[in-house]
Design a protein around this ligand. Sequence first.
Ligand code: SAM
Ligand code: SF4
Length: 336
Amino acid sequence: MSIETAPSASLQDRFGRTIDYVRLSVTDRCDFRCVYCMAEDMTFVPRAQVLTLEEMGRLARVLVALGVKRIRLTGGEPLVRRDVAQLVHNIGALPGLRELNMTTNGARLDRFAATLKDGGLDRINISLDSLDPERFRQLTRTGDLKQVLAGIEAARSAGFKRIKLNSVILRGRNHDEVPALVDFALEKGLDISFIEEMPLGQITEHDRALEFVSSEELREELSERLTLVPLAEKTGGPSRYWQVPGSDSRIGFISPHSQNFCHLCNRVRVTAEGRMLLCLGHEHSVDLRAVLRAHPTDDAPLRQAIIGAMDIKPERHDFNLAPGEQLVRFMNMTGG
Ligand code: SAM
Ligand code: SF4
């Protein structure tokens, strides 16, 4: 096998953007069925089509050698994949990788947090849309709030720094809980980001256009209760952050609709089947699994496929909330 040594390159697209961040979906499966993310009755990809642990490790190694500095493991729910701790251990050890992070629903974190920390996971984002057990169950369809709160405590005890909560806010569902979620984050010393719902996958449970709440609206409402000071610091991502004086917690807003951040885009996504998606809002993609499997001992074709993929990265997404205009791909395919 041709082993990569030192990072020698950087990935550039046609618009001069440097791509150094990859979100790797380790499974499309999940133990929750969040109403904005999945249909109640989902068909998942057959296991043979999902990248093996070795294939994911090899892909990560080649990406890092091409200049990728940050990898986020996501899904589906990464912690439902049995060998995820081993994957963290393997990727966490790659020289040249600055940060290995994970986004999780938190339900299994009480079991995994310490192992993940020891294995080299740097940061963790935990999704939390409600602090009311009934409502939490309705939004996730299968989730148990107690379990997630235990997961958050386990992550804190394991010593993860800057744990971030992610909340998708829907009008009439959990909009009224924004202050309580912020208070919870401040009390626990966590960061929190509020996410505008994105039109990924055809859902019938609610009308996305009716339940949409803009980040701007949320921030104005919060400003009536709290002093919010904008942070100048750039995180290299789509979140814009504010801080409450006297607290270390950051309050972020991710606004794909109301605030287009495409010109700063530094990322690509890889689905659990090894499809590299160049933009969350488009179908432009390259099948890396085919290359991985056709060339099991030679990394050169994989390297070329990744470099070539940069040429089809779209300039921007064009999200549209109208029912006929939504992408057929669900968020669990790509991991957000
Ligand atoms: N299962 C993990 C979790 O829930 O954190 C990781 C995968 S999940 C797809 C990643 C993030 O995407 C979560 O924070 C979730 O709330 C968010 N998400 C899912 N569907 C979304 C949608 N349609 N619009 C905006 N955010 C969405
Ligand atoms: Fe599962 Fe995460 Fe999607 Fe919820 S948002 S259904 S936890 S993948």
